[in-house]
Design a protein around this ligand. Structure first.
Ligand code: AMP
Length: 279
């Protein structure tokens, strides 16, 4: 494992490496979900580049950015245990943005107008800005993203195609805790009662899936709302079933088994997201 703080030295070193190169962009606080992406990248590439960068432009909420967990030493220890050639890029904001810390205006094909994009203004422009920057500067052959952030994955697939970037985007399955809760750095902020309740998010998605073939979307929506109604401390932000490519919400009268179910929910101030294929 080699650690780089500037893109200049990283690009120099990368140019001497045998391809393919796989990239895994992260914001650190690594858990088994992130490590599964790195392992997949190691199995498909000669060299793997892991970035650890808390991207300021994707935070619509200042407190969220300020409280984002930072644990570089632990992250590096976790990465070091993986076998294979790994370059880690841990830049300062200036190395990525220069003096202008702002999102570029990138055409996201309307995929940012629903779900997380609707709730978190400017979030996906920030994500797109940093990912396009990384893909242009480091030109990896493959880049790995988790289905945990399914809308993000779709947006990145869209922009790499529309900007004709030479990186193949690879989506990887969601890694879950034993009780089904999708792994996330935010889970660490949950109290033990909230942590127990958090597993209901995935249970709600499975409940939706088990009824998706029988019920119209309209009925299913009500059933899922009722499912969450039972838990006072768990507040549903949205439950949507959308087409997995267009992310458009499916027709209310149709059965919904070909869509993907998406949930965002609050436990206190902590907002968690999850999704599940309904087929
Ligand atoms: P983040 O550090 O939250 O920006 O996440 C970095 C990458 O890890 C993104 O592509 C995420 O979708 C992915 N990721 C986060 N949590 C999980 C998980 N539980 N399973 C699989 N991938 C994940």
């Amino acid at each position: 494992m080699k650690v780089f703080h500037t893109s200049q030295s990283l690009v120099e070193h990368l140019s001497k490496e045998t391809r393919p190169i796989g990239m895994v962009p992260t914001m650190g606080a690594l858990h088994l979900g992130h490590l599964s992406l790195i392992e997949r990248a190691l199995s498909e590439n000669q060299t793997v580049l892991v970035s650890i960068f808390i991207n300021p432009t994707q935070f619509d909420n200042k407190a969220d950015l300020e409280n984002y967990p930072i644990n570089i030493e632990t992250d590096l220890k976790k990465i070091e245990q993986l076998p294979g050639k790994i370059f880690v890029y841990t830049p300062k904001v200036k190395d990525v943005y220069g003096n202008l810390v702002a999102s570029k205006s990138i055409d996201l094909g309307g995929l940012d107008q629903v779900m997380e994009g609707k709730k978190r203004s400017g979030h996906f422009q920030g994500v797109a800005t940093v990912v396009v920057h990384f893909l242009k500067v480091f030109t990896p052959n493959h880049a790995y993203f988790g289905e945990k952030d399914f809308q993000q994955l779709r947006i990145i697939e869209h922009i790499t195609q529309s900007l004709k970037l030479n990186t193949e985007i690879i989506g990887c399955p969601i890694i879950r805790e034993r009780d089904g809760l999708a792994m996330s750095s935010r889970n660490n902020f949950l109290s033990s009662d909230q942590r127990k309740l958090a597993s209901k998010i995935f249970k709600g998605l499975k409940f939706a899936k088990s009824n998706a073939k029988k019920e119209s979307y309209n009925t299913l929506k009500k059933m899922v709302m009722d499912f969450f109604e039972k838990y006072d401390e768990l507040n549903l932000d949205y439950f949507t079933i959308a087409h997995p490519k267009t992310l458009k919400e499916v027709d209310l009268k149709e059965p919904v088994d070909l869509g993907r179910g998406f949930i965002a929910a609050y436990l206190g101030k902590i907002r968690l997201i999850d999704n599940l294929d309904m087929s």
